[in-house]
Design a protein around this ligand. Structure first.
Ligand code: GLU
Length: 496
């Protein structure tokens, strides 16, 4: 079988975790079967669809590396790839269904339908259309339409049940009676979602439809449409819902869930893809969870996708991201960090090779335990900004209460001042001198020095930091870097 799958987002908002996982599973399935992946924009909700969302979602998908073989931007043999451009075909199918007696015009007013629905709910029944207009003779229906009456078109549901074998959920079945005659064409002549989706999928010769679990109820309806049109339906694979760790649906409140947000915060695309793949699927080799895109293509197995809900866990995503960050070399990390630093105004838009190399050193010094690029930026703040006033009162009191801590800083200052320039070698000599003069060692020696140099209780290795500060202060940067001697002097002034 020549596998053809599609990702069919509605451009009514940003791509979030759930629909990107759908895009990913489609993409992986296509790749591992040498199939074709298609991007279809489901933009029939004219009021809510926006061009900018379409652009954004394509941008997000490209960033993740989830490219498509056919789509609105690149075309293909099965276009058009925007649902709104296939309205004529949707209508043609409805005309066919009407002429074959598989569908009928319904003149019930929205108020009438609403009353009916309420009645059914009160009786404890699932709301569905009563079939009131089913038996209006077609000639009469056409006359009423001719005289300007508004009507929708409904599918005449057959008896029995709709059954299919879902590739994730297994055998699924629904009673037709429970479904009721649903709307195919709205009174304004536009296709309802299920009709548009089925007609598009058939026209695009989809072999598999992989999408969220919420669409299982639509699958029954779409299969009924295929059958009425004498078409064979594609295979379906529905993906379980993704829940928030706290339970319930994923929402904005549980942190940013749009892909654009994650990107902004410095998550790597390869980490996002890796983590999303694990939401509902696990590689066969236990414990092997850090996988690149190619490895995912090799490993992924739609047949092993879990039908119970997956839980979105930010901690785990951070862990995956950290592992992918570790796989990067210094140059790649530097390239990632530069735009953030520019945005903060820490570096000019044009940077010299020396500055570039120095950025690499800063990144390497601060990056060890960090989860995402945003954190690397936060952590490198201590190189660019120095303000002893940032120390909390408690930290200050703690410092002052330690025997000899201030003496260490004073001695450090005195010995530094004996030198014109500071480099790593001199710094080490100075520290050795301070140790000798004050009798302090270990934390008693280095903690006060760290506070004096960074006004923070933790941070990168001091040896590395000293070199960075001393090289940094000679670079042409928008905000000059304060060197070691200046920092210690400022710190002592703050203490007094
Ligand atoms: N536009 C639908 C959605 O975003 C797609 C459903 C489908 O894949 O059939 O949920």
């Amino acid at each position: 079988m020549n596998v053809r799958v599609r990702f069919a987002p509605s451009p009514t908002g940003h791509l979030h975790i759930g629909n990107v996982r759908t895009a990913l599973y489609n993409w992986l399935f296509a790749r591992q079967n040498q199939g074709v992946s298609i991007l279809r924009i489901e933009d029939t909700d004219v009021a809510r669809s926006e061009e900018r969302f379409e652009q954004q979602l394509m941008d997000d998908l490209r960033w993740l590396g989830l490219t498509w073989d056919e789509g609105p931007d690149c075309g293909g043999r099965h276009g058009p790839y925007r649902q709104s451009e296939r309205l004529d075909q949707h209508r043609e199918c409805v005309t066919r269904l009407l002429s074959e007696g598989e569908a009928y015009y319904c003149f019930c007013s929205p108020e009438e339908l609403q009353r009916e629905r309420q009645r059914q709910l009160i009786q404890g029944n699932a709301p569905r259309y009563s079939g009131k207009c089913r038996n209006i003779p077609p000639s009469e229906a056409l006359k009423r339409i001719g005289s300007g009456e508004e009507a929708v078109v409904r599918l005449k549901i057959r008896e029995g049940s709709v059954d299919f074998e879902d590739l994730v959920f297994g055998p699924l079945s629904a009673e037709c009676e429970q479904i009721g005659d649903f709307v195919l064409l709205r009174s304004d002549g536009t296709a309802a979602y299920n009709l548009a989706c089925a007609v598009d999928d058939a026209a695009m010769e989809m072999t598999h439809v992989i999408r969220g679990e919420g669409h299982i109820s639509n699958a029954y309806r779409q299969i009924l449409i295929y059958q009425a049109l004498h078409l064979s339906p594609p295979l379906f694979a529905h993906l379980s819902t993704i829940l928030a760790k706290e339970g319930g649906k994923l929402s904005k409140r549980q942190g940013a869930t749009s892909i654009a947000d994650f990107r902004q915060r410095g998550y790597l695309p390869e980490a996002m893809v890796n983590y999303l793949a694990l939401l509902g699927w696990a590689p066969s080799e236990e414990g092997r969870e850090i996988l690149g895109l190619d490895e995912l293509v090799a490993e992924f197995d739609l047949g092993r996708v879990n039908r119970s809900p997956a839980t979105f866990d930010l901690e785990k995503l951070n862990w995956v991201n950290r592992n992918h960050l570790k796989r990067l070399d210094r140059e790649s990390l530097t390239r990632l960090v530069i735009p953030y630093w520019r945005k903060r105004g820490w570096i000019h838009s044009q940077i010299s090779p020396q500055t570039q190399a120095w950025i690499g050193e800063v990144v390497e010094a601060v990056f060890s335990h960090l989860d995402k690029v945003e954190d690397i930026v936060g952590e490198s703040d201590l190189v660019f900004h120095y303000n002893p006033g940032d120390l909390s009162e408690a930290e200050l009191q703690d410092l002052l209460s330690q025997k000899n801590a201030v003496a260490v800083i004073e001695e450090f200052h005195r010995q530094l001042e004996k030198n014109e320039d500071i480099d790593l070698e001199i710094y080490r000599e100075v520290v050795a001198g301070v140790k000798k003069a004050t009798g302090q060692k270990g934390r008693g020696l280095f903690h006060p020095i760290r506070l004096a140099l960074t006004a923070r209780g933790s941070g990168p290795e001091l040896d590395k930091l000293v070199s960075l500060l001393e090289t940094g202060k000679r670079l042409d940067l928008p905000v000059p870097i304060l060197g070691v001697k200046e920092r210690v002097k400022t710190f002592l002034q703050h203490l007094r």
